[in-house]
Design a protein around this ligand. Sequence first.
Ligand code: SAM
Length: 262
Amino acid sequence: MTDQPDAAAEFDTSVPQTARIWNYWLGGKDNFAVDRQVGDQIKQAFPDIEDNARASRGFLVRSVSYVTAEAGIRQFLDVGTGLPTADNTHEVAQRLAPESKIVYVDFDPLVLVHARALLTSSKEGETQYIDADGRNSAKVLGEAAKTLDFSQPIALIMSGILGHITDDEQATTMVRAYVDALAPGSFFIALDGSHSIEHGEAEKIWNEQANPPYVLRSHTQFAPFFDGLELVEPGVTSAPLWRPATPDPKRLDVVCGVARKP
Ligand SMILES: C[S@@+](CC[C@H](N)C(=O)[O-])C[C@H]1O[C@@H](n2cnc3c(N)ncnc32)[C@H](O)[C@@H]1O
């Protein structure tokens, strides 16, 4: 099985990069011709991809709102942040609780360039950005502890990153390392692309051309990331179906869940 390179790819506009392709599908402007080209190719093979990107953001907004408003969470660790777009984690959390503290983590050089847009905290709260490989949990946790109090509950967010950790064992080890560091009452919010035949073709195009590689996991393969945690209703499901925003949500190939650490 292919896996990610050891470090982030250089800031290279000739190699399509995940954060920029995702930004393109979300309707953003922080992308280059190579990103749009592979983004369009995938869109042709898998026309739902833009809906998936928007549904992922919708889930992020609803899940962050849920843990902030209903569970009283005021600290967030968002690993695999992506390029700033509308409704970044700190904007959603601080709208409801301005004192919220958010630490963002990504290893894409362009995300680092745009990180200023993520650091627009409310004056009562705080936002920080860590430029690091999320697989290096020791480094990330050490840096994050300068802002977040790990003796208190934290919402750990991994949205669209676990698919890039293509080896199941490595992905599980990574999740465990973070979850083990969290206090009881913390939450784990996770989302990724999942299976369908068309999506399989999109995965093939992605892995031939874009960086880093991506693996699609079925709901059954994704659910064990929440082992040892209490899943919040409705459990592991398609993103639009998680506490839906509309009465008749369309099921998409995006798997997600929210769980509480007992
Ligand atoms: C598909 S985007 C998702 C962005 C955002 N979380 C969202 O849901 O809209 C995946 C992001 O994860 C980042 N990423 C992938 N592997 C990573 C790693 N090992 N460490 C840190 N960031 C990583 C990419 O650079 C990219 O910004």
